[in-house]
Design a binder for this molecule. Structure first.
Ligand SMILES: [Zn+2]
Length: 242
């Protein structure tokens, strides 16, 4: 699946859950964009992917390392282990940000924001790049958005999931990665969800309904459907009846 459609599917997943999670306003906007970024995150295992090219050789070198560790493209980062590792990383960055000594609920800058800020900048920039928003200025927009999100603490907003209260940052990561894997499972490639225990590639659709990345099926059916679904989900999440 193309980066553009992965970002759209992540954004749609968050917007669709918005009313259930009682997320509105700036938290909804941050969540939609973060999940769009997390929607392209699993492709950090490929040096030529949208997200790997976000910050030039820095992210490309990181992608090269991730590919070595995770067994190559569409392996470890496209599995349940991958979702768990990315989410745990986001949770750790959020916890560190929250542990800032003088951060007692109101906005303030602290070094403790650095890991979460870098991660947010990566997700925002990757989402804007994937959606072709902002052109070369998309990265600057992403960095600016990350600074505002960290400063206001929007990324730490707690979402009620069952008995848990999960920070927005970690929730968006898990949801975006899951949407990515589901998207790749609609293609002929499939995903090895049980990696490293099994290399078996799982599919969500029977073979005749699967599509090939960047071909007619994706451009003329999947992309319009995702765009329409996202518009409807945002419309509904912002308080308008369907
Ligand atoms: Zn992928």
């Amino acid at each position: 699946m193309l980066g553009r459609d992965h970002a759209l599917s992540g954004a749609f997943a968050f917007a669709a859950l918005g009313p259930t999670l009682h997320v509105t306003g700036s938290h909804l906007a941050a969540g939609v964009l973060l999940t769009a970024g997390a929607g392209v995150l699993p492709d950090i295992d490929h040096p030529d992917s949208t997200i790997a090219r976000s910050f030039g050789f820095l992210t490309q070198a990181f992608a090269w390392i991730v590919a070595r560790i995770s067994g190559g493209h569409r392996h470890g980062t496209h599995s349940l282990v991958g979702i768990a590792v990315f989410s745990a990383g986001a949770l750790a960055a959020g916890s560190y940000q929250l542990s800032a000594p003088h951060l007692t609920g109101h906005a303030a800058f602290s070094w403790h924001m650095l890991p979460a800020g870098l991660y947010l900048a990566l997700l925002y920039s990757a989402a804007l790049r994937a959606l072709h928003v902002g052109g070369h200025h998309g990265d600057l927009l992403g960095i600016g958005g990350a600074v505002i999100t960290c400063y206001t603490g929007w990324d730490l907003f707690r979402l009620g999931v069952g008995h848990w209260h999960v920070p927005l940052l970690a929730f968006a990561t898990a949801l975006g990665c899951a949407a990515h894997i589901a998207g790749d499972e609609l293609t002929h490639g499939g995903c090895p969800i049980c990696w490293p225990f099994s290399e078996h590639e799982f599919h969500l659709l029977p073979r005749p309904l699967q599509f090939t990345t960047a071909k007619i099926g994706e451009n003329w059916i999947v992309f319009p459907l995702l765009t329409g679904a996202l518009v409807l989900a945002v419309w509904h999440a912002t308080g308008h009846p369907l």
